[in-house]
Design a protein around this ligand. Sequence first.
Ligand code: GLN
Ligand code: ZN
Length: 757
Amino acid sequence: MKSSNLGYPRIGKDREWKKALEAFWAGKLDETTFLAQMEQIRKQHLVKQQKKGIDWIPVNDFTFYDHMLDMAVMFGLIPKRFAYAGGPVPLATYFAMARGNKDAVASEMTKWFNTNYHYIVPEFGERTPVLTENRPLQAYLEARDQLGIAGKPVIVGPYTFVKLSKGYAKDEFERVVDQIVPLYVDVLRELELHGVEWVQIDEPAFVLDLTGQDKVLIRRVYEQFSQALPHLKLMVQTYFEAVDWYEELIELPVHGLGLDFVHGKTANLANLTTHGFPQDKVLGAGVIDGRNIWRSALEEKWELVKTLCTVVAPERVWVQPSSSLLHVPVTVEDETDLPEEVRVALAFADEKLAEVRLLVQGFQYGKYVISKEIAQNEKDLQRLAQSPARNRQEVQEARKALASTAAKRAVPFHERREIQQATWKLPLLPTTTIGSFPQTTEVRQARQQFKKGNWTVEQYDAFIQEQIREWIAIQEQIGLDVLVHGEFERTDMVEYFGEKLDGFVFTKNGWVQSYGSRCVKPPVIYGDVQFVSPMTVKESVYAKSLTDKPVKGMLTGPSTILNWSFVRDDVSRQEVCEQIALALRKEVEALEAAGIRMIQVDEPALREGLPLKQADRAAYLDWAVKSFRVATSTVEPGTQIHTHMCYCEFHDFIDAISELDADVISIETSRSHGELVSVFGTCTYDKGIGLGVYDIHSPRVPAVAEIEEMVSRGVQVLPPGQFWINPDCGLKTRGREETIASLKNMVAATHAVRNRL
Ligand code: GLN
Ligand code: ZN
């Protein structure tokens, strides 16, 4: 039996990778120094894995930005706008594709499957693919010749690579795959010539809903590989879900198959035990969760591997994480401030590799060699399980009781609309914003001062009040119809609530890569989630005291808090989400009681939680949408519930949005306006809709005429009475002056359209 890893986090223990990148971009590091630093980080990671006793260490999982971008660049898929003239791709071109430059907009970025990692979308159709370099080979040679590590090069397989790319029509998919396969063969052949034994070829798209045609294509591609590469061993690696076409998959002419026995455990295990596993293949057994931060229950994992070994001979089993460890932080080592019961139950990348190694040692030398560790592990996990934080009877009872309620508002929307119209007397096309206003250096510094203890509560509160006062006055002056307090007290829309609710902890260094150099430090939900005391009432009430205009309260919704946190794995995600919903309900009720009668509950991550397989989606949407209603349905009919989502594909999602039963939804749409407007135009969605009428992603101030055109287009497909006017979300990232100027233009444009109606 061997131990293996699929990918190691790039960012480094102290985010040194991120720091080097950003210093280079800022011109503070020259290219030579930058490359030297990157090399050092890369090698450190390899040596670390070697010291952990990992037999099959991945190489080429490291990148300067994103592994999909690396593949695109290797295949010469460099859009024309980047003015690339052939030959080795300059670093400047590479980063321009990722981040844009003064002449060209960046390539699109999108979510990597159901993770919070974002990759750069390769663009076909602009250039004929050519091999510009052999990155996996370079990585392999560096590790072998300089460190004595004969690694396992990792590449994204052709099916997944093309599936996740753009620039071709749907019916051209096969042609594009066929076009790229010879380049893969060239890359792999060179690897073979240099003595590479195993290549990990990542095909996570194999777990999606495949057609018969897809499977024929995959078969054809892998047959080509096997004919062209008689000596090279391919480990076809799947993850994030089970494979639905197991019987055909195991027939592929490759030497190894990697399956996820965490996120697709039930189905993958059932397939394996029912249909067996080929005698001539290695099983990559993904038994340690590569997506969460919890220690594994070792005894359980032991049993799992034992079961696998009843089907596959142990010498053909690689024990490994379920996916790349890219999705978890580096090490728990520095998390000294956490409650002890939580700390001992955490496992980040390094600790997960230790678990892999431990299991393999047990199987190699006998279980007794790891019995001490298993016993300690049991004790640690027991301790967390018995912690009062995980045993809040009241919360659990309240959550269970939800099963028998539909969590619906007492009065249907069309009646609420009448009541609300009579209360607010808003003009046609009411203008508002999505919640946040510019978080200047001053604002960020103030929060820092407070956090460090340099400022008293009074000092900090006074500062926040001053910001609110200033921006209420600005909003009145701009002439907006519905105002917000501005969210100055929030670093982040999830962290802010996590810090105020019971059941959360925050790590010191639990960073994971989100995209490029950007890292996030998700809150950790470890216990039953419970409301403690009002979280937003003070600021909203203060804002409202300053104006006669309506002020919208501002909360983050249950699925967004769930999807942007690391979540405990001893209960279902549904259960956690519903607990959060019940806690938020108390906040909604507190706001209402304090006289805040418009409340926005943001759900930008609702869609992100969608399972990869179509068949699982309805169940998720059921509880995610219901959770939103649990949080928002107990208010008076006259209280107006708003929600907000960033850009998302609505055509297959509109029913879910309707089921939220929010009185108004605002959406970031300016970059795909036509498309979204038409979706809403063709469906029966009858509630309020705020379509973002200008893009806030650049400091540019949109002209009145430009916005007017957007608004006019909107009222052609939506009844004007249904339509709200707002910018796209994210004003917190903008400067003060451009925000004011843009919003003034937005209001002027709205008035112009209003006058014509
Ligand atoms: N209310 C939040 C804001 O305006 C919404 C952010 C988001 O949608 N991601 O910043
Ligand atoms: Zn948004």
